[in-house]
Design a protein around this ligand. Structure first.
Ligand SMILES: Cc1ncc(COP(=O)(O)O)c(C=O)c1O
Length: 407
């Protein structure tokens, strides 16, 4: 990893130089701080954020996002696999890190070595975990109140039908943990449709609290809310909320209702994707552009080549359909096929090839905003940002300075 702190003078030039490529992702950590404080303000005063930074922090770069969140006081993190957790540990994050999904027995040595908290949904895992921990610490085994110091999270499946124990199993699971010295950090559930289905979410929360609430008095924490739950008030009075997409300033869906809410609350996207062309040329009539000759030029069309392609996460379905914008908002259509490493765009006038373009704009309404792209691609915002490739340099802006990481 190559890191360089810079002031804002001649910033764009430096960013491209450091990125070693005429494109980079710009991530505004000050907006991230504001998004987190807005989410906090929607919760009860004792509710803490368990920040979801899986999928490389939804494409934003998990290490730098987590480091910044630590700086602003976030103490709990979640990722999807032990490998993602180990990446954070190796980068020096020593906070609580939970691994989502049903924990598997073969993950136990890594979970213990790197102090990662498993999410448990099977008796088989619990049995192995108890045996492993007892083997690790046999001298304490017969002490009264022995409890293995590495905790677990017990997941209750209240309707998602993917991970976790069934609600009616919870009492037996907790008793098993008590009898085998397994410490329970928290009990959680996950909403299937918190944004769209009020009745179902209410049932999920009720079914969770019916079986789990009584354990709160023992100091076991409870959590249920993802971004949608946090925004709409399901479970935002429990011990943690687990926002992912909303921290990054993106809505769970692309409806006007979601955009209105984000504007009202002040949540904003933290990511823009910048690029500048590596060639601009004026075309003669009849010249074709790109693979398969799908675009035929008119006389005088001004075409810029930008080194961004589907290997970067610019979806190939945007061939002949995508739009990128100049710094002053002029729209430039993507013409011809999106290649692996390049797109061609038509410019409205002869831009100097050093101008900056937005591949993704950090608002909700531009045709190249993540929200509009998700609509165009018939998908969700999560899909658009988690597709951003590791090879893209990520440049972080915070309090008037920038720094860059290459992964
Ligand atoms: C268990 C769990 N909690 C929270 C989240 C965060 O969801 P969102 O990004 O919608 O806030 C996820 C993401 O899928 C998840 O799997």
């Amino acid at each position: 990893m190559d890191q360089l702190k810079k002031g804002f003078g001649r910033v764009e030039e430096n960013e491209y130089q450091i990125a070693r490529r005429r494109t980079y992702l710009k991530i505004d950590l000050d907006i991230l701080s504001r998004n987190v404080s807005i989410l906090n303000s929607l919760c009860s005063s004792n509710t803490e954020i368990l920040a979801v930074v899986k999928g490389n922090a939804y494409g934003h770069g998990s290490v730098e996002i987590a480091k910044h969140l630590v700086d602003i006081g976030v103490k709990h993190f979640a990722v999807a696999s032990p490998g993602e957790g180990i990446d954070l540990r190796k980068a020096g994050i020593d906070s609580y890190i939970q691994i989502f999904g049903n924990a598997c027995e073969e993950e136990i040595p890594d979970l213990i070595e790197y102090d990662l908290v498993p999410t448990v949904g099977s008796v088989e895992f619990l049995r192995e975990w108890a045996l492993y921990s007892q083997n690790l610490c046999p001298e304490y085994l017969f002490e009264e109140n022995y409890e293995f110091h590495r905790p677990v999270v017990i997941k209750v499946d209240t309707g998602m039908s993917r991970n976790g124990f069934q609600p009616e199993q919870l009492d037996d699971v907790v008793s098993y943990c008590d009898e085998n010295g397994v410490r329970i950090h928290s009990i959680m559930t996950h909403f299937a449709a918190a944004w769209d289905d009020q009745a179902f979410t209410t049932l999920q929360l009720e079914s969770f609290l019916n079986v789990a609430a009584k354990y709160r008095s023992r100091g076991i924490k409870l959590h249920a809310a993802n971004s949608a739950g946090t925004l709409l008030g399901y479970g935002n009075d429990l011990d943690f909320v687990r926002p992912g997409i909303a921290m990054y300033g993106l809505p769970p869906d692309t409806t006007a209702f979601a955009i209105d809410m984000y504007n009202r609350l002040g949540l904003r996207p933290i990511l823009s994707w910048m690029a500048k062309p590596n060639l601009v040329k004026t075309m003669s009539e009849g010249r074709t552009v790109g693979y398969d000759n799908t675009h035929r030029c008119e006389e005088g069309e001004i075409i810029a080549t930008i080194s961004v392609g589907y290997a970067d996460g610019y979806n190939r379905l945007l061939s002949g359909k995508g739009i990128i914008t100049t710094e002053n908002g002029a729209e430039c259509p993507v013409i011809g096929r999106v290649s692996m490493d390049a797109i061609s765009v038509r410019l409205p006038y002869h831009e100097d090839k050093c101008s900056n373009f937005y591949i993704f704009k950090n608002d909700f309404t531009s045709p190249n905003s993540v929200v509009e792209l998700a609509k165009q691609l018939h998908t969700i915002t999560y899909d658009v940002v988690t597709s951003l490739a590791a090879r893209l340099a990520r440049v972080y802006a915070v309090k008037g300075s920038i720094y860059l990481t290459r992964t």
